[in-house]
Each structure stands twice: as C-alpha cells, then as structure tokens.
Design a protein around this ligand. Structure first.
Ligand code: ADP
Ligand code: MG
Ligand code: MG
Length: 909
C-alpha cells in the first residue's frame, strides 16, 4: 500500500508541475503545468495526482487528506477567479478531465461545465448575457455527467434531443432556443432520476467529487484493463485528474474552439495546420456536428488571436523540440490553451521532421534517431498506390477499415477460400473478402494478394495471420457489408461489388478502392536498391531524410546486420541493402527441383555404393551453388546451415503416392521403385516432424550426408580462393541439443576440410558453429561452446520449443483468442518474448562466452528484423542480427537506435 504520510501531496496547482512529472500528473496534467509555467494562457486549475488514485484503487476510498487539499486548491482557484464554484449569481465552472501517463482507451471522457445547477444557470445567463448559452451549457452538463459519471445510457439523452428537434421541425442543435433547451434540461433530469434512482446532484462540490471518483474508477474499466494487458502497461500506475476552470468557445461568433499542429503531421512541412470552429465548445470540432474551417481562416476571423496562436506554436515547438498538437479555445476574442502534447505523424513526416530539427539545431543525431522507428521505415518500403490515381478515374474509394498489415494489393474480389484457391491456381490475382476469417480460411489467405474483412480489429484472426504471412490486410471495414452467401459486398451509397470485380486495398492506410489503382515502387526502396541517389540535385525529400537517418544509425551502431539469403541474387540485393554478411544460408533448396530424384536415390540406397553414388551426384551441384554465393559475398562472412528439414519433405506426398501405387497394382503393372518409395515414405512418416528426424539428427543417421555438404562448401571456398577471391564460409549445424552431437559432426567435418585443404593447397579458415534453437542447447550452452566457434540463435524454433507451440498450428487456430484475452500483446513469433525465450538467450550468451570468450554470437530467426527484438539483441550483447534482405534497413536503423539509447550492449561481456 502506498505510504500516506503527512507530507505526501496529492494536489498540484498548474503552476507547480512540469512536463517531466508525467508519472505523477499524467500526460495532460504535466503538459498543462508546463504551458502554464511558460507563461502561456492556460485557464487556471489543478491536478490530483496518480498517487491519490493509487490509494483509492487499493483501499476503495480517497486518501483522507485529499478532501482538504482539494478544498484548499479550490479556494485558491476561486479567489483567483473572483467567483465560487457554482456561485448562484456568477458561477465558476470547471472541467474534470482524466489523464494517465499514457493516453489509453476506456478512460473517462471529460465532463465540462461542472458547477452548473438550477440555481446558477440563471447567474450564468446574466453574466454571459445569453439565456440560450446558459441552458445549452446546463443540458450538456447533465448529458455528459449522466452518461460518464452516473452511467446512464447516452442514447436516452440523444433520443430526447432528437425528439426536441423533430417536434420543432429543425435539424441542428443551434436552432433550438433557450426555452427549448430549458425544457430539455427538465427532461434530462427526469431521465437521470428514472435511470439512477436519484436526482441530478445540485451541489457543485458533490458534482466535482463524483466526477473525480468516476475518473479513478475508469482506470479499472474493462477496455482500459484489456488495453494495458496487451500493451504491457502496469496495472497500478493510476490516472491523474485535472480540474480546469472553464472557458467558453460557444459565446457567439467572436468565440470558438480549434485544434492545431505546429507542422503538417502528414508531410512534416512547416505551416499552418489545423481546424477551427466558430461558436462551439469542446468536442464539437472533432464530433463533426458542423463544418470546421481551416486554421488559416482564423487570421481573417480574429487576427489578434491568430497572431498570438502562431507565436505560441513557435514557442511550444522550440520548447518541446518536436511537432506539438494543440487544443485551444477563444472566448470573446481571448485565446486560451487547453492542451498540448507531442503530435502523432505519418512515417514519412517522422523522418523529415527528425532531420529538419537537426538542421534547426534543436536536437542532435542521437535524439533524431529516437524520433523514428523501424516500423515506420518498413512502412515506407512497401510499394504503394499512386497517390495521384487514388480515388480517380476507374478507382473509386469504397470505404475505410483498419490498416492491419501494410502493403498495396490489387485483385479480383472473392468471397470464400475455395474460390480464392481455385482462381489463384489458374493465375488470377485475388483479394479474399470475408466478414471475418477463421482457421478454415487459411488456404484462401495464402492464395490471395490481400485480405479484406468487415469485422474485427488489429488482433483479429485476419490481422494476425496476415501479418505473420507478410500479406496486405485491411480489417474491420464496417461500412462495407459483406454477403458471403450471395458473393457480393455493398459499399456506402449502395455500390455493389460482385465476385470477380477488381478491388484495391491499402494495408498502410486502410483504404479500399473499386478498380485497379496503379502501384508505384517505394522511392525508399529505389534508394536502397541504388536506383535513386540521395545526393542527386532532384532527389526526393523523403529519400534524403532516410539517407541521413541511415547514416546516423550506421555511424553509431554496435550490432552488425547480416542477411538470410540462399542464392547469389538474394545475396547481391542484401549487399545493396547494407548487409555485412550472410547469417543464414539454408541449403534445403539445393535438394529440390530436379535434384529431388537424387535425394530419393539417397534415401532408397541399400548399399554403401548406391549411397555414395547418390551423394556424389549431388556434390558438384551444391558446390556450384556455393561458388556463386561466395563470389556474391566476397570478403564477407557467409554462414551455411547444413540440411535441416525432415527428409519426407523431399519425398512425394504419401496419399498421392499410395494412389499411384494402388492404381498401378490394379492395372497389374506394379512399379518396383514407387513401391519402395512408398515403403520409405511410410517409414519416414512422423507424428510430429518438427520434433522428429531433422537437423543434426539427419547428419548423424545418414552416413555421408553432412560430409558431402561440408566437402561442397570447402571445395567451393578453395576454388574461390584459388581464383583470387576472399571466401569466408562458416559451417552451421542445426538443431543441436547436446555437445556430443556436435563433437561427432565436427570431427568428420574437420577431416573433410583437411582433405580438401591438402588436395588444393589452400588454408580455408573455415569455422564451425551451431544453432541454439532447443531449450537444452541453451541450458547447456557452456558445454556446447567447447565444440562451437559461433552460436546463432534460431529464435523461431526456440520460441516453438520453449512455448511448446507448433507455429503453423497455433497462429491460425488460437492466437486471436490469446491476443484478445491479453495473454500477450503481440505474437511471440513476431517480437521476441523477452521474459521466457529471451532469458534463455541471455543465459546462453553468458555461458557460451564464459567457455569461449571470443565466441561469435548472432541470431538468424525472423526476430532479427523485428524492431523490438533488435533492441533486445543489442542489450544482451550479440555481435550481429540476420534477417531477410528486405528487413535489413529496418535492422540497421534499429541497431543504431538501440546504440544511441546507450543502454547495455555489454551486459554479458
Ligand atoms: P480529450 O483527452 O478527449 O481530448 P479533453 O480533456 O482534452 O479530453 O477535453 C475534451 C474537450 O473539451 C477538448 O476539446 C477540450 O479542449 C475541451 N475542454 C476541456 N477542458 C476545458 C475547459 N476547461 N474549458 C473549455 N474547454 C475545455
Ligand atoms: Mg484533448
Ligand atoms: Mg530451426
């Protein structure tokens, strides 16, 4: 239980706080205080701390001292304002606003006009010189208070309001006069009494106290709790409550309310961005009740306030050294600031703004790196719809959903998985459209260019699975009515889209178009590919910004970045994207295609001679692959993983083969080889291939297999070296669980390498290491390091085996449920599970380095390209991360960001 000593202070005047006190005052409160102390016009008020909320949450009642402290601050506020809360002839009114450290959904909505009552409404009318204004303010109070504090269904008030308008034959609120609103107040009070069994509180202080308590209670609302669990925000932070004296934007045409940005959150450009609404209060701007005007128009409406606002915006930006967003109100020509915070922005704007601020001398390079994220860079790298074509000629905007998995996809609309698969097999591009998806849709999702659903959010099945597959997805597009039975969808305005019509979906914005929107390559990818120069005179502004941020990152990072690449083409791209080597070359593709037949011969071999012959046929082919790869990566390390997948993956499908054999037998012309193959397939069939005969286990039970691969690597390296190249191969053994396995493979490999070196007269400097991808390997890393010169963490298999998850099975079947219940906020296959899998990595790093101080450490799971995970790998002190070529820029940027943060990177050294 938090201490409640005499000294503890639960209430801070706006003049007492500052922006660094977000833990105590919440984001809104801390920034209100900061603005107050900058001398900006903030309506006076005070903040009740998160500590008071904590006491309330733990004990069920407000801390004893709180009441008196609030009274003291209220007294001071009343003195300053020259009127008392709810004073009959001239009432002081306040707003009660929640404000946690992190803004989160589900916290109580702000209640405005607290202090109004049957008594003071007349006083307010007299002071303002407007009966209508006073009654409108009062009905807003009862409505907001009734709904958010007393929990009355908001619809009841809305219906009463609509009925009043209908009765009068008008359509907007502003057409109701004072008498109408007064009648409405009576009706609203009736609703409150009926629904809650008590009268609307007339005592101003009671109104305030009830609202404060309701803010505290909202901390534990269902939505807030779920959000916190998913985002891993501790449940005991509590929220602050801000009491702010009211200013009125609804006092006539010389009043109004607005929002503003200090620069364009879409492009980053400096200028005047925002919206203004004359004669309006609070939420009216965002509620879209009437049309707002662009902020620039304020100059014409009220030049003095406009000039002052521009000046304040500049003050704020220089002070916060970042784009700020602002809420303000003008009351009869006097400007008031009601909120500011660091503004949200698009990915492109984030890069531009970061470099602009460096140029303005406001921030340094390390700080600039914290202003962008790898996720934003990834967004900028997706191909996108041509802006100029969106919504024009032949491509009409149909609606908008949640941008669940980025990318731009075009295809024919299909409404079930079966059709998706059928059409895509015949070469059509399709977009799978469903109300929501479930595990049965998996095949259809795989076959589609993109997925569109009308239900579900960012953690819905469609969203999770699409992200896992790297597929474009827009979900929860509720305006679109999907009718799977009739294979059609209806968009607002009655536009019907039938099966087969072309649609375009934008997974980065959530927009859905009818027709084909042309896709343009991302200029950022053009830049990474070397097809666009950042220093060219006409270089794209965004490309210039990305280029600069990348050089800051590369200049400071400690982690190296390698690529997962299996062939020369991918290797070359990886190099262009900045890879410093290959961290994972899978060799399984070298056993596919025409070579399958040789693998079959290998598996069916009865005698040593037959086996050697099969291996002998594979050797030159593999060697040729390696020669190409080493050439593409000349001078850089290339980690080659020996064969990993279970052998049955190279054999024909068991059902197909059974049918073939049965048919042949029926025709009485049995095929000897196929029969033997079928027996082999039966023998190799496994209940659980992921945990079966694969990786090092294959190498140990199939004589000569690994030796052949090692020989191919060594001979390729020798050939490159003889030709004057600089091959740097590293041989990696997968799925090792114990050092003995590795020792046996190692002895054989060393023998083969020595033979090749002797025969070719070369010194190849090949190193031998292992993947750490089984819990036992991680737990015995100290022993394994005796036989390994490097470790590469295979975090995909490690996640599967630590959690006991088979990825393909669990992601599609129950991850949505897990995410919805908040068991994890993001799939552990997307972002490394720091506490579980991560702790094994951490201890394996320590143990490995204790045995062998110069042990080289890397990671080659997909996590190597995930922003969060890169930070973790930096912290535990790995030497490199390896990821798919396309993710390399993201990994470089994040490695730079992690280094610039200056935390760790050496805790295991
Ligand atoms: P949110 O976090 O939803 O933005 P706010 O507390 O900022 O909630 O308030 C909602 C609306 O009411 C905003 O438009 C804000 O500017 C306005 N508002 C809040 N307090 C006052 C006040 N004291 N006087 C006038 N308007 C206010
Ligand atoms: Mg606000
Ligand atoms: Mg693996």
């Amino acid at each position: 239980m938090p201490e409640t000593t005499d000294q503890q202070k639960f209430v801070y005047d706006f003049t007492e706080g500052n922006k660094d006190l977000k833990d105590l005052l919440g984001g809104k409160g801390a920034n209100l205080a900061e603005m107050t102390n900058l001398g900006l016009p903030v309506p006076p008020g005070f903040t009740i701390t998160t500590e008071a909320c904590k006491v309330y949450l733990e004990s069920g009642t407000e801390p004893v001292a709180l009441r008196d402290e609030v009274s003291a601050h209220l007294d001071a506020l009343e003195k300053q304002m020259g009127k008392k809360l709810g004073q009959a002839d001239d009432p002081l009114l306040v707003s009660v606003r929640s404000g946690a450290k992190f803004s989160m959904p589900g916290m109580m909505d702000t209640v405005l006009n607290i202090g109004l009552s049957d008594d003071s409404v007349a006083g307010l009318a007299a002071q303002a010189g407007s009966e209508r204004f006073a009654w409108d303010s009062y009905r807003r109070l009862i409505q907001m208070f009734g709904k958010t504090v007393l929990g009355v269904d908001g619809e009841l008030f809305e219906e009463a309001l609509d009925e009043a308008k209908r009765a009068k034959g008008v359509t907007t609120d502003v057409e109701l006069d004072a008498a109408d609103l007064q009648r409405l107040v009576e009706e609203f009070k009736g609703i409150v009494a009926k629904e809650t069994g008590r009268d609307f509180p007339q005592e101003p202080r009671e109104q305030m106290d009830l609202a404060v308590r309701a803010v505290f209670d909202s901390w534990n609302g269902d939505r807030a709790k779920l959000y916190r669990r998913q985002e891993r925000i501790p449940g005991d932070l509590g929220t602050a409550v801000n009491i702010c004296s009211m200013v009125f934007g609804n006092l006539g045409p010389d009043s109004g309310t607005g929002v503003a940005f200090t620069r364009d959150p879409a492009s980053g450009h400096q200028g005047v961005y925002g919206d203004y609404l004359q004669n309006a209060q609070g939420e009216d701007v965002v509620a879209g009740i009437r049309n707002t005007v662009p902020l620039a128009d304020l100059e014409r409406i009220d030049k003095a306030s406009y000039d002052q606002l521009m000046q304040i915006m500049e003050t704020l930006e220089t002070h916060y050294k970042d784009l700020c967003d602002i809420e303000f109100t003008i009351e009869r020509g006097k400007l008031w600031m009601l909120q500011t915070r660091i503004g949200k922005r698009t990915a492109g704007a984030a890069f531009r703004i970061a470099t602009q601020l460096v140029d303005q001398g406001l921030i340094d390079e390390a700080e600039a790196l914290q202003r962008v994220t790898g996720g934003q860079l990834a967004q900028l790298m997706f191909p996108r719809f041509d802006d100029r074509a969106c919504g024009r000629e032949g491509s009409e905007l149909l609606g908008r959903g949640i941008a669940a998995s980025p990318g731009a996809a075009v295809g024919k609309a299909v409404f079930d998985s079966y059709t998706a698969v059928k059409w895509s097999r015949s070469g059509e591009k399709v977009i799978l459209i469903r109300r929501e998806t479930n595990p049965d849709d998996l095949d259809g999702m795989i076959a589609s260019e993109g997925i569109l659903t009308s239900r579900g959010g960012k953690t819905s099945h469609a969203a999770v699975v699409a992200r896992g597959m790297g597929k474009t997805c827009v979900c929860g597009a509720e305006e679109l009515e999907v009718d799977t039975k009739r294979r059609r969808m209806t968009a607002p305005g009655g536009i019907v889209i039938e099966e087969g019509e072309v649609v375009s979906i934008d997974g980065s914005t959530g927009k859905v178009y009818l027709g084909e929107v042309p896709v343009v390559p991302s200029p950022v990818v053009e830049y990474f590919e070397g097809r666009m120069q950042a220093d060219a005179a006409d270089a794209d502004e965004l490309v210039q910004a990305v280029h600069r941020m990348m050089s800051y990152a590369d200049g400071g990072r400690r982690l190296q970045v390698r690529a997962n690449a299996d062939n020369a083409e991918d290797a070359a791209r990886a190099r262009r994207f900045g890879a410093q080597g290959i961290g994972l070359c899978r060799t399984e593709h070298m056993f596919l295609g025409e070579r399958r037949e040789m693998v079959e011969r290998l598996i069916l071999a009865d005698t040593e001679a037959e086996r050697d012959e099969a291996l002998g046929a594979l050797l030159p082919l593999q060697k040729a692959d390696f020669v190409e790869l080493f050439e593409a990566m000349d001078g850089l390390p290339v980690t080659v993983r020996l064969l990993d997948p279970p052998l049955h993956e190279f054999l024909p499908d068991i059902t197909e083969l059974s049918v073939r054999v049965a048919l042949a037998e029926a025709r009485r012309e049995p095929h000897e080889n196929e029969l033997r193959l079928l027996q082999a397939v039966h023998k190799l069939h496994e209940q659980n291939p992921m945990l079966g005969l694969r990786g090092v286990r294959l190498g140990l039970v199939i004589p000569g297999l690994f030796a052949m691969q090692v020989r191919a690597i060594a001979e390729a390296a020798a050939e490159r070296a003889t030709a004057g190249g600089d091959p740097r191969a590293e041989i990696m053994i997968p799925l090792v669980g114990t050092v003995q396995e590795l020792e046996i493979v190692r002895e054989e490999a060393e023998r083969v390498i020595a033979e090749v070196e002797q025969a070719t007269g070369t010194d190849l400097g090949l190193t031998l290491g292992t993947m750490i991808e089984l819990p036992r390997a991680a737990l015995t890393a100290g022993q394994i390091a005796e036989a390994a010169e490097f470790f590469s963490f295979g975090t995909n298999d490690l996640t599967q085996t630590v959690w006991g998850f088979s990825r393909d099975d669990v992601e599609a079947s129950f991850f949505t449920a897990y995410l919805e219940k908040g068991i994890f906020g993001v799939s552990p296959f997307e972002t490394i599970d720091r506490d579980g899998v991560g702790s094994l990595v951490r201890s394996a790093v320590k143990a490995g380095r204790a045995t062998r101080p110069d042990l080289k450490l890397g990671v080659c799971g997909e996590h190597g390209g995930d922003p969060e995970s890169v930070h973790f790998f930096h912290e535990v002190g790995l030497d490199y991360v390896s990821c798919s070529p396309f993710r390399i820029p993201v990994a470089r940027l994040e490695a730079g960001r992690a280094a610039a943060l200056g935390n760790g990177g050496s805790d295991s050294r």
